[in-house]
Design a protein around this ligand. Structure first.
Ligand SMILES: CC(=O)N[C@H]1[C@@H](OP(=O)(O)OP(=O)(O)OC[C@H]2O[C@@H](n3ccc(=O)[nH]c3=O)[C@H](O)[C@@H]2O)O[C@H](CO)[C@@H](O)[C@@H]1O[C@H](C)C(=O)N[C@@H](C)C(=O)N[C@H](CCC(=O)O)C(=O)O
Ligand SMILES: Nc1ncnc2c1ncn2[C@@H]1O[C@H](COP(=O)(O)OP(=O)(O)OP(=O)(O)O)[C@@H](O)[C@H]1O
Ligand SMILES: N[C@H](CCC[C@H](N)C(=O)O)C(=O)O
Ligand SMILES: [Mg+2]
Length: 473
């Protein structure tokens, strides 16, 4: 593709690729120079041009010599749209999910439901780029714009027609997915997280609302979990914009949850839809997975899915990696669950999911990530102390922070909790302590395969460690 074609002029050099890191520039690359959280990408423009960049997307005040300066007040958005034109075509049906919690679960459940209806489907998010037979991690929930758009185009070349992706608030703020048409967008919930980046809840919510105000196709469908207190803002936005609106939840119009009874390995849902009541045996435990399953079902309906087939599909859903995943049953008979809860709201949800199944005590082991929102640590301790019978505070991913300092902040919310710094020791202690009527919940790391300590990523998988500890307990 010629640069002129991209810019709506004529001719010019051939475009060979796109990059936002100067170290990835090759001859023919269009370079995006963005002011970032740690450095200013504009500082690398000369090096990018020296490496062969033929054009640079940057603010008008940036200095570009030896390459075309594509000047724009919002260089991230302009770059994404140009890159999308270069990487296209994409799968015909793309949907996005945003919310503090439930994004990964919902996109994965959507992928499974689409597949049951015969679609070649994929999901992109925290677990990576997932298709029916493959999963490749990208390191982020919403990958950087070049990784994201090139991967989505790659999926189309593989024959994928339906993709569901997680629109994180960081990803929305940084225009990482702009240029990919979005046929439906779902809102799960909003609670405290990522205030280290957004500063306050209003800014955090505004970042998420951009999915509905700008990213969702004007003739696209908004899917809203209406039981969340923030849902009204999303509904108002969808109505104002004239988007089709599907609502789910106990107060939903499209899929109204009228009954939910926990069973041994899941739950029976009563769902009102199109004037009829449907009974569904969902093989996932917890109110939160019922919420995500209904949201996923509505996304499938929003993209042409048949109601009966979609509701029937709910009974065949497979658990999502690291989301209330049962890792092992201890020698004493206590099940050990691994969950990704790393916010106060999520901890509450995971504990509420397991509590009805614990005839004895619920033992919770968790910590909090370093270099993330510090304000959520005490409320996380409080959420665990309020819902669990025994709380063990340990390390999550300390990153560049002092692990003991992080634990101390969490313990402020759970003064009666035990503190065991090493995560493996904490898991071992919980498993040794658990009796036949008890349940153990390991929260915060879920599917993660490593523990980030300083610059190191030490191999660590909660599921594997739980199994090893259960062997020797
Ligand atoms: C805080 C944050 O979101 N940072 C992301 C952001 O970096 P940034 O724009 O701030 O970039 P920077 O490091 O300041 O550099 C500025 C620019 O100069 C460029 N550069 C930099 C150095 C160099 O030598 N040459 C060069 O060209 C960079 O590529 C960048 O474009 O853009 C980068 C490229 O897309 C991302 O890799 C990076 O993610 C960092 C690694 C990260 O940890 N992000 C996490 C917090 C994140 O995004 N999490 C969300 C939320 C998960 C959830 O939902 O809970 C996610 O979607 O994963
Ligand atoms: N609908 C929900 N309501 C409340 N809590 C939820 C919900 N869905 C998931 N959770 C909790 O949040 C945790 C993370 O779930 P999930 O990975 O689906 O969320 P996410 O939005 O993708 O998170 P992240 O922003 O870290 O990528 C779960 O392990 C569970 O504890
Ligand atoms: N166990 C991780 C979960 C959060 C990871 C991701 N959601 C992010 O914020 O980057 C941590 O707390 O460090
Ligand atoms: Mg996720």
């Amino acid at each position: 593709m010629k640069l002129g074609t991209l810019l709506g002029t004529e001719g010019g050099p051939a475009v060979t690729g796109f990059a936002i890191d100067h170290r990835k520039v090759a001859p023919g690359t269009v370079f995006g120079a963005f002011e970032g959280a740690t450095v200013n990408g504009e500082d690398f423009i000369p090096a990018a041009v020296a490496a062969g960049a033929i054009a640079v997307v940057a603010r008008p005040e940036a200095v570009v010599e030896g390459a075309v300066h594509i000047a724009d007040r919002n260089p991230r958005e302009r770059f994404a749209r140009l890159a999308a034109a270069f990487f296209a075509p994409f799968p015909g049906t793309a949907v996005a999910v945003t919310g503090t919690n439930g994004k990964t679960s919902t996109v994965e459940l959507t992928r499974q439901l689409w597949r049951m209806q015969g679609h070649h489907a994929a999901s992109i998010g925290t677990l990576g780029v997932t298709t029916a037979d493959d999963r490749v991690s990208t390191g982020l929930t919403t990958p950087d714009v070049v990784t994201f758009l090139s991967n989505v185009a790659g999926l189309a070349r593989e024959g994928v027609t339906h993709v569901a992706f997680e629109a994180s608030s960081h990803g929305l703020s940084q225009y990482r997915t702009e240029g990919l048409p979005v046929r439906a967008a779902a809102f799960t919930n909003l609670s405290r997280d990522h205030l280290d980046y957004h500063g306050d809840m209003a800014t955090y919510f505004t970042a998420k609302l951009r999915l509905f105000s700008e990213v969702l196709d004007p003739d696209g469908t908004a899917v809203v979990w209406v039981d969340d207190p923030h849902a009204d803002r999303v509904i108002d936005l969808a109505r104002m914009r004239g988007n089709r609106l599907l609502t789910v939840g106990e107060h939903g119009e499209t899929l109204r949850l009228v009954g939910r009874d926990p069973t041994l390995l899941g739950q029976t849902l009563m769902i009102e839809a199109e004037g009829e009541t449907h009974k569904v045996n969902l093989p996932l435990i917890g109110a939160y997975q019922a919420a995500n399953a209904l949201t996923a079902a509505a996304l499938v309906l929003a993209t042409g899915g048949d109601l009966k087939a979609t509701l029937a599909g709910l009974s065949r859903l497979q658990p999502v990696r690291g989301r209330l995943e049962r890792a092992v049953i201890t020698r004493s008979g206590a099940p050990v669950y691994v969950d990704y809860a790393h916010t106060p709201d999520a901890l509450e949800a995971a504990i509420a999911a397991l509590k009805p199944h614990a005839a004895g005590r619920l033992i919770v082991v968790f910590g909090a990530g370093g270099d993330r929102d510090t304000g959520k640590r005490k409320p996380m301790g409080a959420a665990a102390a309020a819902g669990a019978d025994l709380v063990i505070v340990t390390d999550d991913n300390p990153r560049s922070e002092d692990p003991a300092a992080i634990r101390a902040q969490v313990l402020e919310g759970a003064p009666a909790a035990r503190e065991i710094g090493g995560r493996r020791d904490a898991i071992a202690a919980a498993i040794a302590e658990a009796g036949p009527e008890d349940i153990v919940l390991l929260a915060g790391k879920g599917h993660e395969q490593g523990q980030i300590v300083g610059d190191l990523v030490l191999p660590f998988d909660d599921v594997a460690v739980a199994r090893e500890c259960a062997e020797t307990a």
